[in-house]
Design a protein around this ligand. Sequence first.
Ligand SMILES: Cc1cc2nc3c(=O)[nH]c(=O)nc-3n(C[C@H](O)[C@H](O)[C@H](O)COP(=O)(O)OP(=O)(O)OC[C@H]3O[C@@H](n4cnc5c(N)ncnc54)[C@H](O)[C@@H]3O)c2cc1C
Length: 432
Amino acid sequence: MPLQEHNYWLTTAQFPAAHASHPLPEIVDVAVIGAGFTGLSAARTLAKRGAKVALLESETIGWGASSRNGGMVLTGMKLGVNKLISMYGRELTQRMYAASLATIDCVEQIIRDEAIDCDFSRCGHLEVACKQRHFDDYARQAEVIAREFHHTLRVVPKNELSAEIGSNIYYGGMVDEVSSGLNPARYVAGLARAARKAGAEIFEHTRVERIERDFRQGGAGWRISTSRGALWAHEVFVGTSGYTGRATPALQKKLIPIGSFIITTEILPEKLALELSPRNRMIYDSKNYLYYYRLTPDRRMLFGGRAAFFPETDQTVRQSAAILRRGMIDVYPQLSDAKIDYVWGGTLDFAFDIMPHAGQLDGMYYAVGYAGHGVAMATFQGQKIAELMAGDKPENPFVGIKFPGAPLGLYNGRPWFLPFAGAWYKFLDWVT
Ligand SMILES: Cc1cc2nc3c(=O)[nH]c(=O)nc-3n(C[C@H](O)[C@H](O)[C@H](O)COP(=O)(O)OP(=O)(O)OC[C@H]3O[C@@H](n4cnc5c(N)ncnc54)[C@H](O)[C@@H]3O)c2cc1C
């Protein structure tokens, strides 16, 4: 088949019909903005607690990163553990690491409770070293993680790596058996069904344009103006991630939207698929400008990376197909003749400190900043912040940590510096 500029996962999932032409309610307890993992997980938890919830989505359910990602449900955070300890100290980092493991249990529990058919599997992840120096660091990282967090990672030397991956360009690897894989489009569609079953109303094609403090309904709350009219909410929860815009300017200024792109091959012969990834791991490499890849449940190679730093446009998506294909063949020369069936892109959100952040800003609740580690963390934060809103005190070490803005405040939400950042990361990969 000819190359399709289309998200392959969407061809495998059925989304629930939502309330497109349904009138907006006048008053709700909570307005949740964004129907991705964060917003849907929050809406489900809040509705289960008896709150009247309106989930407002400018496009369609799962339209953002949540249906477009690699489906890797990963332990840990984007930053390495030594960096985390230097930023937050041992005790807080221990709590963060424990939370990162809890995020995966959280996803698994929801999938089980809601019977979501999304190919969830505890297949583990493999990080592969692009340089000897990176591999040497794995043993140190594994030792710190075992000592500080009581979590076991297995370092795989180069001469044993063929049991994990059918590529000989790497210097070794590190395996975490706890990480998992799933089909993200089926998962987000299932979460939407679960949120609706719990009683949340989902309004697609409803862009939030302005949010203002409003005391008129007999208490402090918010007037929310949308492309389909206004509603009033006691509380607002923002889960707009890389698509955060002018409706929440304070949050927008703290986030950098960064493009990530994916190709998938045609369905591969079983023998070849087994050779490429004998244990069916979620795989990523050790570079800053990294590649991530995996087999899909129907045995395509899904290969992703930051082929362009700018968010997805027709042009960046098209260029990415060629760039990623070259990257994939460098890793797997066996795929030189494999046809590329699909290419697509999506937008991630990075905070300036590359950490997840959640809590309250300008009186509104939010959870953002997943930096490409959002499948598990977004689900978890949606649930935990919803519990906080319902009056619980859930363990959530990411609430209350410093949420820095741009240095000298030199950023208005338009990432003019992305080409420089892209060049800088390529430079770092060359020298480190
Ligand atoms: C190509 C790609 C690959 C990735 N791979 C992985 C991976 O393998 N593993 C992993 O853990 N993470 C991965 N990620 C990251 C992960 O997908 C995200 O962190 C996660 O999906 C974020 O979920 P979310 O619900 O917060 O945001 P999103 O899913 O992006 O949803 C935000 C929603 O908010 C809506 N919205 C924005 N503004 C408004 C408004 N004003 N009014 C109404 N609605 C609005 C948008 O339309 C959008 O649907 C990847 C991301 C991309 C793009």
